[in-house]
Design a binder for this molecule. Structure first.
Ligand code: IPE
Ligand code: IPE
Ligand code: MG
Length: 224
């Protein structure tokens, strides 16, 4: 049976979910944040070590200003509200992506949450925010000191995910079968799962079912 350390999720479908209920897209994001909370606690309860969630891409700045502003505010209030739950559940909070583009206030909230949960050693919940895999790779290239001696291992140390194990499984909700610039390097050998379920409808039970499927896949990594 496959060992599962690291699940990454492209949480897609908030806007369509809201539209189906004749609500604004922002209503879907609010509900989406509740699902993040629920799935994080569940992941922690089942003993998962790393859960990495795509919350805001480098491309998502293209959205209308009110939606971007809403997402920024939601993130700030989510982190403030969530601190107690992180600590109670022994969850370490982390981010990947270039947070220097965010407001000083939001950067402070992010840094404070990282710091206050830094000694938690259960699940590591990583939010990918202002994250784009191409951007991450370019930022990593700029950090290379000795180009002649760079190899896969040393290059990985320059990525935002340097302190994480490889992604075992990538899930995308919302029905699209694309990667949308998420963890391109890190999913080299991940098992991919696509579900039509919109993120606000995603449940612990569906996650458990996907994990069951994952466990029985023959992962050969190029071997036989
Ligand atoms: C994913 O849901 C959340 C973010 C990208 C912030 P969407 O907002 O992309 O929802 P759909 O795909 O339009 O339904
Ligand atoms: C991917 O969803 C990004 C996040 C979930 C944060 P998008 O809705 O932005 O992706 P596309 O535009 O459908 O590829
Ligand atoms: Mg989408």
């Amino acid at each position: 049976m496959n060992v599962l350390n690291h699940i990454a999720i492209i949480m897609d479908g908030n806007g369509r979910w809201a539209k189906l209920q004749n609500q604004k897209r922002t209503f879907g994001h609010k509900k989406g944040a509740e699902i993040v909370r629920k799935l994080t606690i569940h992941s922690s309860n089942i003993g998962l070590k790393y859960l990495t969630l795509y919350a805001f891409s480098t491309e998502n700045w293209k959205r209308p200003k009110y939606e971007v502003d809403f997402l920024m505010k939601l993130l700030d209030s989510y982190l403030k509200k969530e601190l107690v739950a992180y600590l109670e559940n022994n969850v370490r909070f982390n981010v990947i992506g270039d947070i220097s583009k965010f407001s000083q206030k939001l950067q402070k909230t992010i840094e404070k949450t990282i710091e206050k949960t830094s000694s938690c050693n259960g699940l590591t919940q990583t939010l990918a925010i202002n994250y784009g895999s191409k951007d991450e790779i370019i930022r990593a290239i700029k950090k290379i000191k000795d180009i002649d001696n760079i190899d896969e291992k040393s290059f990985e140390k320059l990525l935002d995910t340097s302190d994480m194990p490889p992604v075992d499984m990538l899930i995308r909700t919302g029905g699209e079968q694309r990667i949308s610039n998420f963890l391109l390097w890190q999913i080299a050998y991940a098992e991919l799962f696509f579900t039509k379920t919109l993120w606000p409808d995603f449940t612990e039970n569906e996650l458990d079912n996907i994990i069951e499927k994952f466990k029985n896949i023959s992962r050969r990594f190029g071997g036989i």
